[in-house]
Structure formats: structure tokens, C-alpha cells
Design a protein around this ligand. Structure first.
Ligand code: CA
Length: 335
């Protein structure tokens, strides 16, 4: 982590005003030997005060956050700000323009590459720049996600538990300010664990939340409205954009992801037929879905059953399934 980032930008983070440039990620290809990848970045600063780092497009096929942050970047005027807002609406830009979760340049999954590598592939370089340049500027971090092409996701805010009591309290305050209908804590087992952007922020003691706002690589109007309202509430509560119009939250229900313990994974290949919806409460032993196979056309489909009770946090969106695919993930109330 001692290596210096090779990424640079035309933005001076200490300059007042609204500035739009790029995180310029050096990338040498057949078509461009000395070129760089333009990751859009907007910095809006007005004097001293806390800094909010807002990102979306960490996975390219997740759209609610990308649109919410474009809207926000246009809307906020420098004179509205007390401190600084740094906005990256398409953090893994090569993945965004390819409409993919992963970067087509190096197959990099940005949210599995933190803390990154100054001299790695372009995706690892993006992670390293966020970690080594943007995090030290930031007092809070919001990284907006959705289910992407492969998942149907109930819209929730998601956060890590925090390293200690102080960290946990800061994260809890951020979740309350964001005010999504559901706030889920997770350690990311079965997912990104310690390699995600918000886990890297947690390591530095910066309160961070992520969100899962929609499903299947399309735009959810409900998810977009949760993102737009949540970000505005956070900017208002933390005094960064104190007079921004923000709808009142009707409160957030604190939940906990059961991670691997509340997951159903495909025991084999086949066609997945889900029998319950996201957000539905399920009981132990309840039938979750069926897995149809072509191996033995006359055999009964495999019956998938929940091993524990909970609420469906997400389920597989794609029908075609292989052994090991996550089909369901449950959450429960956090006592
Ligand atoms: Ca994601």
C-alpha cells in the first residue's frame, strides 16, 4: 500500500467551486499506447467542512446509483455546500460502458479488489486510487449498488458492522440519516467480505454504507427514489449541503443478513423456478423453488427448501443455473 497511485486528475480538491474532470487511469493498449481511461469525477467544494464521497457504477450493470449521482452532480451548486462533495457516478467506467458487472479490460471486479494495487490492472488501479487518495479526503462514503444482471434484490441500505463500538455507532448514524426502509448489516461472507469498497472504508474508520437498489440490470423507480432521498438526507444531516430539499424518512428497520447461513445455493445445473418473492417472509422448511434438469427429463425437479426462517433479501434473477449459484439470501431482524 506504500506505492504511489499512477492515476491523476485535473481536479484540485482544495479549490472552491464545481469542477468536473476525470480520474485518469493510465491504460496502454493497441489503440492508445500512452492513453488513459476517463472515469468521470465531480468535486463541489465551498470552504471548510466535512467531505462526502459518493460513488456508483462500481459494478457496471447497476443503474439506480448512476442516475441518482448524475442528477445530484447537476443539482448541487457550490454556494449550497459547506465542505465538499466528491461524486463518481461511473466508478468502473469501462464496465459501465460495456453494461457489465466486470471490466472488459481485465475482467476486474472492482468490489473484490480493495485495497487495490497501484501497479495492477486498470480495475485494481481504480481501487487503489479510491483507497489511497479519495479515502483520506473523506468523512463519509456511500457506494450505491443494485442486483445487477444476475440478482433480483430487495431495495435496502447495506453496511458493515464496524471495527469497534465507535465505528459501529458512526455507521449506525449514517444508516439512520440515509433512512432506507430497510438497513441490513453484513460481514459479507459468501460475498465480497473484506475486499469491497465499504469494507476498505471500515478499515480506515470512515463510516460507509452501500445499497442494493434494484434488480436484473434494469432501473427500479423505487430503488432510484430510495437513493435520491437517502443521499439528500445524509448531505443535509451532516451539514454538507444543509439546505438541500430532502423528503423525511419514515424510519429504517434494522436487519442482519444471514449470509451463507441463510443462503440456498444451486446443488446442480438446471432451470431455476423461484416460488417466493424478494421481501417475502419465509419459514423454516418452506419450499423456496425448483430446479429443473435436462439430465433426466422424467425425474421430478429438485425441491429447494429454506433451512431457516427470515425475509428474502435477494434471489437469482437468471433462470439458467449452475452448481454453486446463489439462489436465495435471507435477512432477519437485528436484535
Ligand atoms: Ca453490486
Amino acid at each position: 500500500m506504500s506505492a504511489t497511485s499512477r492515476v491523476w486528475t485535473g481536479i484540485n480538491f482544495e479549490q472552491d467551486g464545481k469542477h468536473s474532470d476525470y480520474m485518469r487511469v493510465p491504460f496502454s493498449s493497441d489503440k492508445s499506447a500512452y492513453g488513459w481511461i476517463p472515469i468521470p469525477m465531480i468535486c463541489i467544494r465551498n470552504g471548510d467542512g466535512p467531505t462526502a464521497l459518493l460513488t456508483a457504477g462500481n459494478h457496471g450493470d447497476e443503474y439506480e446509483g448512476q442516475i441518482a449521482l448524475l442528477n445530484l452532480a447537476r443539482e448541487i451548486r457550490p454556494e449550497d455546500v459547506r465542505g465538499r462533495v466528491i461524486i463518481l457516478p461511473a466508478l468502473n467506467y469501462p464496465a459501465v460502458v460495456a453494461g457489465r458487472r466486470l471490466s472488459p479490460l481485465d475482467d476486474g471486479n472492482l468490489n473484490r479488489l480493495f485495497p487495490g494495487d497501484a501497479n495492477g490492472g486498470p480495475t485494481a488501479m481504480i481501487a487503489h486510487y479510491v483507497e489511497s487518495v479519495l479515502f483520506p479526503l473523506s468523512d463519509l462514503v456511500i457506494d450505491l449498488h443494485s442486483g445487477g444482471k444476475s440478482l433480483d434484490h430487495y431495495p435496502v441500505a447495506l453496511a458493515r458492522p464496524g471495527l469497534d463500538k465507535t465505528g459501529a455507532a458512526k455507521i449506525h448514524s449514517l444508516l439512520e440519516a440515509f433512512g432506507a426502509p430497510y438497513s441490513v448489516t453484513t460481514k459479507g461472507e459468501g460475498g465480497g467480505a473484506g475486499t469491497t469498497l465499504y469494507a476498505a472504508a471500515e478499515q480506515r474508520g470512515i463510516p460507509a454504507l452501500t445499497a442494493e437498489l434494484g434488480s436484473g440490470g434494469t432501473l427500479s423507480a423505487r430503488g432510484l427514489s430510495i437513493a435520491e432521498a437517502g443521499i439528500r438526507r445524509v448531505l443535509k444531516v451532516y451539514g454538507i449541503v444543509p439546505n438541500i430539499a430532502a423528503p423525511t424518512s419514515s424510519g429504517t428497520r434494522l436487519m442482519r443478513s444471514l449470509s451463507r447461513d441463510g443462503s440456498i445455493y444451486a446443488p446442480g445445473a438446471g432451470l431455476f423456478e423461484p416460488l417466493v418473492e424478494c421481501g417475502e417472509s419465509v419459514s423454516k422448511g418452506q419450499k423456496a423453488g425448483l430446479l429443473h434438469s435436462f439430465d433426466e427429463p422424467l425425474a421430478e425437479p429438485i425441491s429447494l427448501v429454506f433451512a431457516t426462517e427470515g425475509t428474502v433479501l435477494c434471489r437469482r434473477f437468471l433462470t439458467l443455473t449452475e452448481r454453486g449459484d446463489c439462489l436465495f439470501l435471507l435477512m432477519v431482524d437485528d436484535e
